[in-house]
Design a protein around this ligand. Sequence first.
Ligand SMILES: Nc1ncnc2c1ncn2[C@@H]1O[C@H](COP(=O)(O)OP(=O)(O)OP(=O)(O)O)[C@@H](O)[C@H]1O
Ligand SMILES: [Mg+2]
Length: 236
Amino acid sequence: MRYCFAMSERKTIIDMQQLMLRYPTGKVALSGVNLTISQGQFVYLTGESGAGKSSLLRMFYGGLRPSSGQLQVQKTDMREAGEAAVRAVRRRTGIVFQDHRLLFSRTVFENIALPLRVQGWSNERLIPRVRKVLEFVRLDDRLWSYPEALSGGEQQRIAIARAMIATPPVVLADEPTGNLDEETARHVLDLLMGLNELGTTVIMATHDLHLLNSHPGRVVQLHAGALVGDSHAAAR
Ligand SMILES: Nc1ncnc2c1ncn2[C@@H]1O[C@H](COP(=O)(O)OP(=O)(O)OP(=O)(O)O)[C@@H](O)[C@H]1O
Ligand SMILES: [Mg+2]
């Protein structure tokens, strides 16, 4: 797979100032967050349950809009952008969830191909492309399997393959290792690190900070909706 991001440029990929998010219930999930993430970084988003990690990740692909403050994602103003511009950001973003969200009625091939199929890719182009990302996650023998025939860790690797199929500059992962044993979690993290080494910005919400020993990265810490720590110095 070809990636063409110039690592040396360190372009800003996400930038926010005084970002605030209030849910319709009145709950303020994020209050006055200032943060800049550059292309090519590997960022851990940490903090207690309810700190605002998932809410922040959702704003990075337009699943939620800021209530006030500034948020630029891949040069798009996420407060002002219309639906088409938000969809364009989403197409340039890979997403991995804790519960992988694979379609159990579809084969591995169909699950991974989906993001490109909606862009009109033919089977002829899709098959070699899907094979390539399956090789990356080392599951190329499972192209025609159904997800239920795979283990939890294998399903999560398929979800990573699906997230990377359209070579997005950014991959967001929300507790991708939350349901996995430690060895499988390390393996999934190896894949995300490998993707990062190819130039992809990876932002991952996690409680598993012991993974940092083997997989270093920038650690951004939220507490009750506010930014309380940022180990920028350790940024990759
Ligand atoms: N759809 C929603 N409507 C109203 N409040 C919400 C909604 N989703 C989340 N919240 C609240 O916003 C706050 C932040 O939630 P969020 O899911 O972002 O936390 P988190 O850091 O991802 O937590 P966890 O580690 O448990 O996943 C919490 O107080 C939560 O109850
Ligand atoms: Mg969460």
